[in-house]
Design a protein around this ligand. Structure first.
Ligand code: NAP
Length: 356
């Protein structure tokens, strides 16, 4: 029996929840950070009945590792990262999002109907997918780093800098992120070491000059952090000289690791086009990827800003693009739509922008 098109809540169409056994969703959202949940809120309010795959252990994304979030609009007193994510989830569920806690192990975006396989073995199908898997801060990979994460070890100066007023801290890294974070952290800390493994920075000249000119910043060259010391809070680091191999301890109270971020693209290598930054390529300011029906949002498309608020905005874009895509499928005469018809679809995002 040919698969029916169960996409839109329009006359003549049926919902995937109508008990007829066909389980093709309108949209699956992969990722449960601000981008994923915001896409879910918008998609659910548009009656798209999204299924959101939230990961088995990392549900909620990077904000689950953050303490107080003070820069998310609408929370003048601040809000704990995990509480913010719980609220986003509740808001998404309130409008009909179904959340599944499992890891996506495989995606198949080759047909019009997209397939998403989970760790449990379950295979879910949908007309559209929003890929919002975020990015992960690169770790140094030493024991004290994991143990003291959230207790003096941080990966986000914007999130945690405020807690280091009048403290001596270090930023690890020699790129733009490290310079930016070090400079930002001098607003709070009394002293900021920048610990870099070489004797020259990777950062752009303007960022370097800004850091060099800052009296609170001291550079520690040719040094690798090989251990982070402290029982319940950071008390220092052990540095290894990359030239002569000697080690020494440097007392301090906080370590900000800024050695780069890796967008979580492992599921879509070879499937979606990536940019030179390793992020998923999207068409201009839209969320459209190189594959029709697959949309991407949040940190996985963003090499620069990587904020909860910008990710949430990006999730909104994805949900609106999905709506237009599904409407275009319906206009094109699904269920008989085929690849040729998809190619012939109007540029939905451009049409939306033109209409705005
Ligand atoms: P990045 O440019 O890749 O720099 C990473 C830095 O961390 C490098 O200095 C690298 O050392 C060091 N590093 C990497 N792995 C390490 C390890 N295991 N142990 C110790 N050090 C390690 O990353 P980024 O600074 O996050 O910047 C990423 C992109 O975003 C760049 O294109 C950057 O220009 C952009 N960005 C722009 C701005 C801005 O313009 N405002 C701000 C932030 C980021 P080596 O130098 O020895 O390789």
């Amino acid at each position: 029996m040919p698969r029916g098109y169960h996409g839109l809540n329009v006359p003549g169409r049926v919902s995937p929840r109508d008990g007829r056994g066909d389980d093709v969703r309108q949209v699956i959202i992969i990722g449960s950070g601000p981008a994923g949940y915001t896409a879910a809120i918008y998609a659910a309010r548009a009656n798209l009945e999204p299924l959101l795959i939230a990961s088995s252990v990392e549900a909620g994304g990077e904000l689950m590792n953050t303490t107080e979030v003070e820069n998310f609009p609408g929370f003048p007193e601040g809000i704990m990262g995990p509480d913010l994510m719980t609220k986003m989830q509740e808001q998404a569920e309130r409008f009909g999002t179904e959340v599944v806690y499992d890891d996506v192990t495989e995606v198949d975006f080759s047909g019009r109907v997209k397939k998403v396989t989970l760790g449990s073995g379950a295979v879910h199908e949908a007309d559209a997918v929003v890929y919002a898997t975020g990015s992960a801060p690169r770790k140094i990979g030493i024991e004290g780093e994991a143990r003291l994460s959230g207790h003096g070890v941080s990966y986000c100066a914007t999130c945690d800098g405020f807690f280091f007023r009048e403290r001596t801290i270090a930023v690890v890294g020699g790129g733009d992120s490290a310079m930016e974070e070090a400079t930002f952290l001098t607003k709070f800390a009394s002293k900021v070491y920048v610990i870099h493994r070489r004797d020259e920075l990777r950062a752009s000249k303007i960022m370097q000059d800004r850091a060099f000119a800052n009296e609170k910043i001291e550079f520690v060259w040719n040094s690798e952090v090989v251990d982070i010391l402290g029982e319940d809070a950071v008390t220092g680091v052990v540095l290894k000289d990359t030239v002569d191999g000697s080690t020494r301890e440097l007392p301090l109270e906080g370590v900000f690791v800024a050695i780069g971020n890796d967008p979580r693209t492992h599921l879509v290598h070879g499937t979606l086009d990536l940019t030179e930054h390793g992020t998923v390529w999207v068409d201009g300011r839209t969320s459209r990827t190189s594959v029709a029906g697959v949309f991407a949002a949040g940190d996985v498309i963003d090499p620069t800003y990587r904020q909860a608020v910008t990710a949430a905005g990006s999730g909104t874009v994805a949900a609106l693009d999905v709506e237009h895509y599904l409407a275009s499928l319906a206009d094109a005469g699904a269920p008989a739509v085929d690849a040729a018809q998809i190619d012939a679809l109007p540029d939905t995002a451009d049409a939306a922008h033109a209409a705005a």
